[in-house]
Design a protein around this ligand. Structure first.
Ligand code: ADP
Length: 310
């Protein structure tokens, strides 16, 4: 009953500085840390932290970062047997500068993630029989995402696509391979070509994405909540009230929890509630992977929210 994630694995190199540097400027920072990141890895961690078996398929580089990334995934219980150590690439990295006001600037270098290709889909296909749900994002080459989605469909398991980071050029052929597409407001607007910022525009965007062939469209509306439309139903789940500290990776928490719930056999509606609860808990803590809720915290939170009791 595992969730299989096929996607990116990054090491975040985070420097805190009083302000962001200008072109040509050297600044003294006051804090530095490294953290596991990449949308694929974040979502695998989110599922595993909820106690649902998660397998990661992708690539890291043959550098010390790659070892650190694998160890980090394994430490939270993600199965990394499907991760290739690419001898000809460095690990994917994100260089993140954060200033005192919380403003950031980020450089992502794809490294090994940019080299995920058909041979990696071969490894994925071998692992699919043990999976209940396939989870994809757009931080690896689009052609490879297409092949992976087709492999998931052939295997007869739900394929979830988080179309992030935002890009307008998703090929038409990808939509019919996707059971559930989960854009946030910005990604949805990029895909459909009109602004998406409330439940009404989210419903219009969901209709459009479904008309292109996606089975179900879930539009994440940040602190407002989530709109979901499938062939059978459409509904809105308001955001759980939390004190937001840092919404980094809230979308990844949502997707990991959505996939975890579906792998466990819960309904679409229950799965969206799981996603919204994990997103809210993630937003209430700093960081990406460290802010993914564990099962105990998650269950306690859901139980407190009696009006959402499932
Ligand atoms: P992304 O990180 O992809 O931009 P969102 O910010 O929309 O995604 O967050 C995903 C989900 O997490 C939201 O739909 C919502 O359910 C939950 N969430 C995000 N931010 C908050 C918040 N400030 N308060 C409560 N829930 C939140």
């Amino acid at each position: 009953m595992s969730v299989i994630v096929f996607g990116s694995i990054n090491l975040d190199l985070v420097a805190k500085t009083p302000r962001l540097p200008m072109a040509g400027e050297t600044l003294a920072g006051n804090h530095f840390l490294t953290a596991g990141g990449g949308k694929g890895a974040n979502q695998a961690v989110a599922a595993a932290r909820l106690g649902v078996p998660a397998q990661m398929v992708g690539r890291v580089g043959s550098d010390s970062f790659g070892q650190e990334l694998l160890a980090g995934l394994q430490a939270v219980g993600v199965d990394t047997a499907g991760v290739l150590i690419d001898l000809d690439a460095h690990s994917g990295i994100a260089m993140i500068a954060v200033d005192d006001a919380g403003e950031n600037s980020i450089i992502i270098v794809a490294g090994a993630n940019g080299r995920v290709k058909i041979s990696d889909v071969g490894r994925l296909i071998k692992l699919l029989p043990s999976a209940k749900v396939l989870l994809l994002q757009l931080e690896i080459p689009l052609t490879t995402v297409l092949l992976a989605a087709a492999a998931g469909q052939n295997a007869g398991i739900p394929v979830i696509l988080d179309p992030a980071p935002a890009r307008p050029d998703i090929p038409d052929g990808l939509y019919p391979l996707i059971d559930i597409i989960t854009p946030n407001e910005i990604e949805a607007a990029q895909l459909v070509g009109f602004p998406v910022n409330d439940p009404e525009t989210a419903a219009k965007a969901a209709d459009e994405l479904r008309s292109r062939g996606a089975g179900t469209a879930i539009v994440k509306l940040g602190a407002q909540g989530v709109f979901c439309a499938s062939a059978a139903e459409s509904f809105f789940v308001p955001a759980f009230p939390v004190e937001a500290v840092d919404t980094v990776a809230a979308g990844d928490a949502f997707n990991g929890a959505l996939a975890a719930a579906l792998a466990t056999g819960l309904s679409l509606h229950q799965a969206v509630i799981w996603g919204a609860a994990a997103g809210a808990l993630c937003a209430s803590k700093a960081g990406a992977q460290p802010s993914m809720p564990d099962r105990q915290t998650f269950d306690a939170f859901l139980q407190e929210q009696t009006h959402f009791k499932i």
